[in-house]
Write a protein that binds this ligand. Structure first.
Ligand SMILES: Nc1ncnc2c1ncn2[C@@H]1O[C@H](COP(=O)(O)OP(=O)(O)OP(=O)(O)O)[C@@H](O)[C@H]1O
Length: 753
């Protein structure tokens, strides 16, 4: 099933009553429900663009109507074990927070309080219908992504660390490490928590919205239904995204500008993800922002509803067109409606096999094919509260945490997802205590183990620690993903003529290597806690460069603009932005009309559209592969170069530890950094020429690396002011590093021989 995308047009506010309304809801035929948003062309008022959605809600729509039509119908599915995600998207001031949170009056309450009210009502009904045999527990996690950092909204502000909470991937889901979770008894309990938590959320007045959300807020409502030893867990996520904003209209100060840059960047990445998914690209840039990692659009199982919020006034014209374009593409995203697996609680096991009465329970273990792996831990959390409080670091998923309800300590997952009522765990399925290998640990158990694993006698190899298991699992997942991609590429590749066949395995190896490096690099970027402003700025520049190479001028402009707050007043950067703006001024309108016609074209010519999409996807894949090969073909040192860009001192320190690398560095310093040798002078003169064809000829430089180098030189100043005088200066540039410079130097030396 596709992501359900609905649009909501907000009414005019009191201060806007004299404003010109240009956005309206319409239906395809008289008497049919509203499914179209119509808006005039900014170029030609007599021309009107139409965007089709699953449903459209006009200015008169009440909070109750929206909830009843879009959210209430999915509450049953939530209690059947499906995860439900609802997120509000749109420009600043269009009503996202109003839709999700709403006002304090009963009629003004938004999706979130209504959702909770519905959940508690259903929970009571489930308990009543089962004569008390089934109990339902509701727990909340609530956090915000502010300046691309994750903060727990249920914890007081004093507890925040500057770097925020880290993210990890686990069992195909992105989890927030250290996130708290609160048990919630009833609506009053929820309101108390929610109002308190919202006071922690960053909002501020901007010119476009007196209470503008400066962060993306994510509320997770976990519903746990327990019947005897069966546990079913599902999660409703309600996400209020911060709104994109055009800083020419906001009059934002420096702090607001930095926030705005982070908001716009993450929303831009979201739009890129939507585009990539709808084009069928293999690589979706989820990892380029924390918000897209967490949202994982199209990756999560369950039901996803996107609410596009729109303001009807002319002053939002281009922004409205842009968000209509993005959201209408989101309709094409497919999500799998798969229920979460049922979990069976396991009675407390004897620890006799572990020896000693003080021995703690088993350590964390990986749980294959389970979505709700933390259930046992959550339900056991209160019982083990004291032990847990002794631990310095907790790795809770957003589905997991400090629930306060005492429940059985362990749970076991059955691989059958849909047979919850008929399955009961027999005694023969219990894992005998003597099959446990002794694991010296003081960590209390937090994860369940799948039944099918427990039935098989375990080898007596020593159990790895929790951390090494996670790392191995991660590695294995990456390997598996790469293998699958390669297998599908090989399978779908057309038969090559005989002479080229020999090159296929080599290319596959290169791609595999490239993929692995890319994944490793992304992981390293994500794990790097020191996301300082400068490296964010440099990343924006690199993204801009990449967008430009792809011919995506709009993307390049957005990223250059995002980079501006990090390099204020940079003449070169401002020049680039001005040139791109001028180029795009007329093109933007033309693009919009192309998109509309392609919407209609899609319906009329599905085959041609598919062919176009395929051709685009193939062209893009080829481009990616070419770029990757350009960058990585030279082999083992590419990651050194990249690492030096992310964190040069740390990377150098790491690489300087091996004997071989130590030798290389010493040689580089003595041979290359003294008085400029002819080779040094030659290398510097090639670099200073800023001529891409010359720089590309250097050993280890592909098109992208060469262009990045030129961009960085341009940022340093013009050819005179930004001239490099030594290799040490070259090494300090982002993306360079000792190894790169040495290879380029050695390449020149080899040429001379
Ligand atoms: N459907 C609606 N009915 C009445 N008022 C609305 C409606 N939608 C939005 N508003 C009002 O419009 C203003 C802006 O809405 P809101 O703060 O929800 O926008 P937003 O999209 O969340 O903005 P930002 O992204 O800056 O946080 C608020 O005063 C809100 O009360």
């Amino acid at each position: 099933m596709s992501v359900r995308v609905v649009a909501r047009i907000r009414p005019l506010l009191e201060k806007e009553l004299d404003k010109d309304v240009i956005v309206r809801a319409d239906s395809t035929e008289d008497g049919k429900p509203l499914t179209m948003v119509k808006i005039p062309s900014p170029k030609n008022e007599s021309e009107e663009f139409s965007f089709a959605f699953n449903s459209v809600y006009d200015q008169s729509t009440t909070q109750e109507e929206l909830f009843s039509a879009e959210v209430a119908p999915h509450m049953k599915a939530l209690f059947q074990g499906l995860d439900v995600t609802i997120f509000a998207y749109g420009v600043t001031g269009t009503g996202k927070t109003h839709t999700m949170r709403g006002g304090l009056k009963l009629a003004d309450r938004g999706v979130i309080p209504r959702l909770l009210s519905n959940v508690f009502r259903r929970a009571k009904k489930v308990a009543k219908d089962s004569n008390g045999a089934t109990t339902v527990d509701v727990a909340l996690a609530y956090y915000e992504i502010y300046n691309d950092k994750v903060f727990d909204l249920l914890e007081p502000l004093e507890k925040r660390t500057p770097s925020g909470l880290p993210l990890r991937e686990k069992d195909g889901k992105t989890i927030v490490v250290g996130l708290s979770e609160r048990s919630c008894e009833d609506l009053k309990d929820f309101e108390r928590l929610y109002i308190e938590a919202n006071n922690n959320r960053v909002t501020a007045a901007t010119k476009l919205n007196a209470h503008s959300s400066r962060s993306h807020a994510i509320l997770r409502v976990k519903v746990t239904q327990t019947t005897g030893d069966m546990v079913r867990e599902s999660t409703a996520s309600a996400i209020d995204l911060a709104g994109s904003e055009d800083n020419r209209r906001t009059d934002n100060d420096k702090t607001r500008l930095v926030e705005s840059a982070a908001i716009n960047k993450s929303l831009f990445v979201l739009s890129q993800c939507i585009d990539a998914i709808s084009r069928g690209d293999k690589r979706i840039p989820y990892r380029e922002s924390k918000m897209t990692r967490i949202l994982s659009l199209g990756q999560n199982n369950g039901i996803t509803i996107m609410i596009l919020n729109l303001a009807p006034m002319r002053s939002y014209h281009l922004d409205t067109l842009s968000s209509l374009n993005v959201s209408s593409r989101a309709k094409r995203i497919e999500v799998r409606e798969i229920e979460n697996e049922v979990v069976f609680k396991q009675p407390p096991r004897s620890n006799s096999g572990l020896g000693g009465t003080n021995m703690q329970r088993q350590p964390l273990r990986p749980l294959a094919n389970a979505h709700n792996v933390h259930t046992g831990a959550v339900l056991a959390a209160k019982a083990s509260e004291k032990a847990a409080s002794d631990k310095p670091i907790k790795a809770f998923s957003v589905y997991t945490d400090k629930a306060s309800k005492p429940v059985a300590p362990r749970a076991t997952v059955l691989p059958t997802a849909n047979s919850s009522q008929s399955l009961k765990r027999s005694n023969s399925n219990k894992r005998p205590a003597d099959s446990l290998e002794p694991i010296p640990t003081s960590r209390p158990s937090k994860l369940a183990r799948p039944t099918h694993q427990t039935l098989v006698p375990r080898p007596s190899a020593p159990a790895p620690s929790q951390i090494s298991i996670s790392a191995d699992q991660l590695e294995a997942l990456v390997e598996k993903k790469v293998a699958e991609i390669l297998a599908s590429r090989t399978a779908s590749a057309p038969a090559a003529p005989a002479p080229q066949e020999q090159t296929v395995p080599v290319q596959s190896q290169i791609s595999e290597e490239v993929k692995r490096r890319l994944e490793a690099l992304e992981r390293r970027i994500d794990n790097d806690e020191r996301d300082d402003a400068r490296s964010d700025g440099l990343r924006c520049l690199l993204q801009a460069r990449q967008a430009k190479e792809r011919g995506d001028d709009e993307g390049a402009l957005r990223f250059y603009e995002l980079a501006l707050p990090f390099f204020p007043g940079q003449a070169k950067l401002l020049g680039k932005i001005d040139r791109l703006r001028a180029k795009l001024a007329g093109k933007r309108v033309a693009d919009s009309s192309n998109n509309i016609s392609s919407e209609f074209f899609d319906e009329q010519q599905p085959e041609q559209r598919k062919q176009r999409t395929r051709a685009r996807a193939i062209a893009k894949t080829c481009r990616y592969e070419q770029e990757e090969e350009d960058e990585y073909h030279e082999g083992g040192e590419a990651d050194v170069d990249d690492e030096s860009f992310i964190d040069k001192p740390a990377a150098r320190a790491r690489h300087a530890t091996t004997k071989k690398q130590k030798g290389l560095k010493v040689r580089a310093d003595t041979e290359m950094d003294g008085l400029p040798t002819p080779k040094t002078a030659q290398l510097l003169s090639i670099v200073n020429s800023r001529d891409i064809s010359l720089i590309r000829r250097l050993n280890g430089f592909g098109a992208k690396k060469a262009q990045d180098l030129i961009d960085h030189l341009n940022l340093e100043g013009d050819e005179e002011a930004g001239r490099l005088e030594s290799l040490a200066q070259l090494r300090k540039l982002p993306g360079m590093g000792s190894r790169t410079v040495e290879r380029a130097y050695e390449g020149l030396a080899a040429d001379a021989l």
